[in-house]
Design a protein around this ligand. Sequence first.
Ligand SMILES: [Zn+2]
Length: 297
Amino acid sequence: MPSLSSLSDVALHAVWAHLLGDLHAHVAVAQTCRRLRDFCNRHDDLWRAACFTAGFGRPQRSPVAFADEEPPSWKALACAIVKHASDCEIGSCMRANACFAQQYKHLPYTGLRTLHPYQLVEFHPLYFYLHFSQSAHASQGGGHRRSISAHFPTLSPSPSPPPPVSIPDAVSILLTHMPTFPECRYAQYGPLCRHPNASCAFATFPPVDRLEFENADGDVFMIVENTEGCTILDVNRALVQLIPADQYHLEVAYEHYQELALTSGLSLTQYASAVVREKGFLGDHEYPFLKHIINSF
Ligand SMILES: [Zn+2]
């Protein structure tokens, strides 16, 4: 009986295809022996298929920060996702695509396709946390939960009268891009770019390369594009562009950083200098208003 290492590339392709949908298995197989490692290293397109069928895309990086650099390989992304799943304690990040696993099983991998304009897309549940309302209400159990104010996207052209919409809350968006209290139970939650699994999850099922968001008047106020499929992080980063660069939002950010610095036992200068170095898994995250605050010292 031939061993895996003695199989031809054609046979290895067949083994690989059999594993589609199980990213952990792909990473494990790629580490089995040198022959498989070499095979996997030569075929980044296979890693893209492995990520796609597990519901993960590649968020776009900041074009300013990485104008001349290649994006991370699909293999690097797959390995980061698998590793993070064992490090992160947030269920909705560790099992980011459990909600769509069955649907992906029945979606043959052919890359992204043009959708019929009337085809319905389903939003990833994490999408609704990208602009959560700040207000917290006591739940029946005595704990707290965040209330979510959702707005709804429509593919263009809209197949039917749009559902009720509201422009997302800028302060709520702001908070998804900022650090949280180091000793707080939710410290690990923010910002989103610290979580490759939640970040790389496709924003919709099936994945699409363009999303247009309309307000109640039917005016498009935000467009998200990624030719490899719009991810949760792509939407998150488009949303941050909606935050007005005004005094009010600067003060909200300033107060938040000030409070975090106090809690950490640092001066605001020390805290800002430390946190500005945290760039997230793509190495390009910028904390809102932080540069402005640093420059004012
Ligand atoms: Zn995570």
